[in-house]
Design a protein around this ligand. Structure first.
Ligand code: FBP
Length: 271
């Protein structure tokens, strides 16, 4: 067995301690810009310090990981995302993410995994795949698991949440060697079960999405993906835009790890 294979296994275990994970995503400053951060959430250290001892891992861009290292180091596994894009770019180029760091940076920062986005079906699919496979090759060398944000988006895709479209993206993710997959919720437990099935055992995590009307609504979605056999969730806005980010993170953890009902989890978080 190669050292790289073992390293990947060891690091995956640190993220999925009981086979499941809640990952706090906090890369929105580039993807969406500062408008995503109301009030005190504009201060990254304040938000991160509320959740680092609650969630299973955090996902940051390299500069943010460096800036906030005193908050997360030694408390929670780090995943560094090395692709991104701003919403400032012209519409037709929004279906492309650019390189946003190197796998060497990820190793240097002490992270447990690297993450990169692929917009399956985009006009820039070819460029994104080149990026993905460069990341993947380097990650293998260093024994780092590679999380793919497998997002089907492109001019030929009418509904990116359609179960067959999401299944296609997930299948393409495993065939491109993803060790963890983050993808969209398809709207029901039955349909998400079919998404998990197509991953053939590679852990599938649901991407949180825009803030739900209430935390209870979001907890129902989390429960639904767990019932479908998913390994967890990657959540940003439904945690950091909630008035009590720590409570929201705790409630999500309770549904994912303890199998709490959404109502029980909410009650526990409010105490
Ligand atoms: P959210 O839970 O806030 O949706 O975060 C998940 C995420 O994939 C982030 O990692 C990323 O910044 C953002 O969503 C991308 O959002 P969009 O769907 O607008 O591309």
């Amino acid at each position: 067995m190669s050292y790289g294979y073992i390293g990947k296994k060891v690091r995956l275990q640190r993220i999925l301690r009981d086979g499941k994970a809640v990952i706090f995503a906090f890369d929105h400053g580039v993807e969406h810009g500062p408008a995503d951060f109301p009030g005190e959430t504009i201060d990254p250290r304040k938000i991160l310090s509320k959740v680092v001892d609650v969630v299973d891992a955090i996902m940051l861009l390299p500069g943010m990981a460096s800036l906030t290292h005193e908050v997360w180091a030694g408390k929670v596994p780090l995943i560094v995302k090395v692709t991104s894009k701003t919403s400032l770019r012209p519409e037709q180029e929004k279906l492309l993410q650019s390189p946003f760091g190197f796998v060497e940076d990820v190793v240097a920062l002490g992270a447990e995994a690297v993450a990169a986005t692929v917009y399956w079906g985009s006009n820039f699919e070819d460029q994104m795949l080149k990026m993905w496979f460069e990341v993947k090759r380097e990650a293998e060398r260093y024994g780092l698991p590679a999380l793919q944000l497998s997002y089907p988006r492109g001019p030929a895709i009418k509904n990116m949440y359609d179960v067959e479209v999401v299944r296609y993206g997930v299948r393409a993710a495993i065939e491109s060697g993803a060790d963890l997959i983050k993808t969209y919720y398809t709207g029901s437990t039955e349909s998400f079960r079919r998404v998990v099935e197509v991953a053939a055992g590679v852990p599938v995590l649901m991407s949180g999405g825009a803030k739900a009307k209430t935390l209870l609504d979001f907890l129902y979605v989390v429960k639904s993906v767990m019932d479908a056999g998913a390994q967890g969730v990657v959540v940003g806005r439904n945690i950091f835009q909630h008035e009590d980010p720590r409570g929201a993170a705790k409630a999500i953890m309770a549904v994912v790890h303890e199998g709490y009902s959404p109502e029980e989890a909410l009650k526990m978080a409010e105490q």
